[in-house]
Design a protein around this ligand. Sequence first.
Ligand SMILES: [Fe+2]
Length: 314
Amino acid sequence: MNANTTLAHVIEADAPVPLAEYVGRERDALRTALHKNGAVLLRGFAVGGAKGLDAVVRQFAGSAPLDYTERSSPRKPIHGHVYTSTEYPAGEEIFLHNENSYQAVWPRLLFFHCAQPPTTLGATPLADTRSIHDLIHPDVRAEFIRRKWLVVRNYSDALGLPWQEVFGTNSREAVEQQCARNGIAVEWLGPHRLRTKAVRDAVHRHPVTGDAVWFNHATVFHVSTLPAVVRHGLLEMCGEENLPSNTYYGDGAPIPGAVLDHLRDSYRSASTRFDYRKDDVVLVDNMLTAHGREPFTGPRVVAVAMAEPSSDLR
Ligand SMILES: [Fe+2]
């Protein structure tokens, strides 16, 4: 099976027509392409910066971009709810993942806009979650379907993100209410320290295509997916129980190293990449396609917006 053939579907404009107009006109055809291919690359259009991307989201999704709640990485708003993509050291890879798949509710659509391409690498690699699902050994899948997976997160001023930033409030009570609504267990470890735990499904059904998709943060949030030097430093500094994030089987038992190697191999085998050009916009169906970030050199400005909360379907 060649998992790379369906990503990404490319539509190249003959002339720089405004992208928001185009997606408004071609919304139905783009939706069909998105469900088939998981992602669509739109190239050669006039985007109009972050404001233009906001308009693209409104035209395509029929609503404004979503706020970035229960966040796991630092991002800055550029315009409204259009953000910089994760601010993470340029020399490090961000492993393939599906946005906010550790949450009870996630965005179904992602929009990436390359405002400034990097000098080398810096692609947003994409991987078909239907292919990842099929590449994972049936016994490994069955284990995760039965036991689910657990995410443990620690928030502090010293390491990771402060809880106030993650939950967007200074009120402990508001955090507790937000967590109760979203199936998250809360443990206060001090005035500035919070630990949360949530058990989620590893495999989901896509609401439109009906496909089984590998949709979870069990791999990207696991400590063994971090670069060795970062992993050793963190474990030495805070110990496993206080890591900013880590994952387990849903019953709290560790996920064996060989299983994590197999999961990482499955993601990588299903992934494809392209070099960004200025004003490339990638539409991503977040449940059908995982994304990551290559390390890069030079300047790189990629804006991201999210839309269509999964809760709208329930
Ligand atoms: Fe992401």
